[in-house]
Structures are given as C-alpha cells and as structure tokens.
Design a protein around this ligand. Structure first.
Ligand code: IPE
Ligand code: IPE
Ligand code: MG
Length: 254
C-alpha cells in the first residue's frame, strides 16, 4: 500500500494586498499581566506603553491607515485614584519619548473622547502631539481617551437637536451619514468604521468602545495580555481577519 504523505493543511499567510484600512484595539489585561508577576497594576500599564510603541510601528509598516487604541474609557474613572493618576500621566511620558519616532514614521496623532476632563498637563501633551504630527500623512494613530461609545452618541444627538432647535435642520433630514459625521470618529473619514477590532486578554466584550462604528467590524479576541502583544500577534489577527467572509448583510461572494 502506497504510503500516504501527510501534508500539513496549508497555513494561511498574510496577504499584503488585503491589509485592513482601520484596525481598532481594546488594549486589555495590563493589570492581570502585572499581578501574575507580583507587580503593582501600574507596572502593567508601564509595560503596555512600550507595546503601544511597537504595535504602532508594526501597523504603520504594514500599511494600516488608521489604528484606533482604547486607552481610557469614561468608566475607568471608577478605578483607585492612584491608578487613574498613573494613567493620566502616561500620555505625557508616551508623547515626550515617542513623538520624534511618530514624525519619522509619518504617523499623525488624533484623539477621540472628552479630553477637557483630563489634567491640564495631559491635555497639553495631547495637543502638542497632535500639533507636532499634524503634517504627517501616513497612518493615523487615533487614541480614545476618556472615550465612551454611548457618550459619543449622546453628544452627537445633542448637536443634531441643537440644529433642529435653531431651525437649521428638519428631523426627517437626519440620516445615518449625518449621525456618522457628528461622531468623534468623523475626523477619520473615509475610514470611520474599523474593519478589524482586536481585544486582548481573553475578554470578549466591547466595554463601550466605538458602538456605532463596529456594526460590521470583524472581531478577533486574543488571549494574550496587552503587555505581551506585539507585531507578530497583530499579523496573526490580520491573517484571521483575512479568512473571514464579510457580507454586510448581502450574500456570500463565493
Ligand atoms: C487595560 O488593562 C488598560 C486600561 C483599561 C486603562 P486593565 O487595566 O484593564 O487590565 P486588567 O483588565 O485589569 O487586567
Ligand atoms: C476597556 O477595558 C477600556 C480600555 C481598554 C481602555 P476595561 O478593563 O476597562 O473593561 P472592563 O471593565 O473589563 O469591561
Ligand atoms: Mg481590563
């Protein structure tokens, strides 16, 4: 009997022609990463900052157009004051050390969220980073800071209601495009909606992230905690994305 050659099923490879335009990441698991090492939770946030740098460069090198990173939610204020304070200082240290690399890589910084509630020094660091990278026209690194999807929708609703009250808008004129253009993600047009949403640390929920925009995103949940994430795992998530059949409510194109 002829010996059967056992072939490994062909491992799917990264298709550089089909890199998602917009990748959004819920960077989760910093605290658990630290706790597993008997370190204070903030050590995980510190390490997570280095992961942000590595993943930003990796995404930019792959040709991703928008990388949206969930850094602080409208609910994260519930955490102990010392942890909140550490998280508020992180953007200052992040941008101080990383803006030159961002400029070198032609990466532009944008922010979603109510940054007026952040400490003044943090606000300044964010504004400086946006100013210093405003001429970059490569990837957009979009931070969600004091961001909540529901808060974003409430604010858009309020703006539309004000236009109606002023007599500038008829309720029946309100459509999806108009709502979209009043969300904090409007600045990312034409790539407001993430193609791929990644969440690390094994949790499988949205935690109030980009609720409107992820209507047809592909979700990839990974077990690794954020400080252990890297460019290789990003590629793995993209390969997984490339195996999916996006139908947008239509029929499978096969
Ligand atoms: C994500 O890590 C970072 C932020 C939410 C700011 P966590 O701090 O949520 O880490 P875990 O989920 O407690 O491990
Ligand atoms: C979501 O993570 C927020 C960020 C990653 C910034 P959380 O750790 O706050 O979410 P929950 O509380 O586990 O849902
Ligand atoms: Mg968490």
């Amino acid at each position: 009997m002829a010996k059967e050659i056992k072939q490994d099923p062909k491992q799917p490879k990264l298709d550089m022609a089909r890199i998602p335009n917009h990748i959004a990441i819920i960077m989760d698991g910093n605290g658990r990463w630290a706790q597993a090492r008997h370190l204070p939770r903030v050590a995980g946030h510190q390490q997570g900052m280095d992961t942000v740098k590595k993943v930003t460069i990796a995404a930019s090198d792959l040709g991703v157009k928008i990388l949206s990173l969930y850094a602080f939610s409208t609910e994260n204020w519930k955490r102990p004051a010392s942890e909140v304070s550490f998280l508020m200082n992180l953007p200052i240290r992040f941008f101080n050390s990383f803006v030159p690399d961002l400029v070198k890589n032609n990466v532009k910084v944008t922010v979603m969220g109510d940054i007026s509630r952040l400490p003044k020094k943090t606000q300044q660091a964010v504004y400086d980073a946006m100013k210093d990278t405003e001429d970059c026209n490569g990837m957009i690194l979009n931070f969600a800071l004091n961001y909540g999807g529901r808060d974003e929708i409430v604010r858009a609703t309020r703006k539309l209601a004000e236009q109606v009250q002023a007599g500038d808008l008829q309720p029946k004129q309100i459509n999806e495009k108009m709502v979209d253009s009043h969300l904090m993600s409007a600045q990312l047009a034409p790539y407001t909606d993430p193609d791929l949403l990644i969440r690390t640390s094994g949790e499988e929920r949205l935690s109030n992230f980009m609720l409107w925009q992820v209507a047809y995103s592909e979700f990839v949940f990974m077990k690794e905690h954020w400080p252990d994430f890297n460019g290789e795992l990003l590629k793995k998530a993209i390969v997984e994305f490339q195996q999916r059949h996006r139908r947008f409510g239509g029929l499978k194109n096969k």
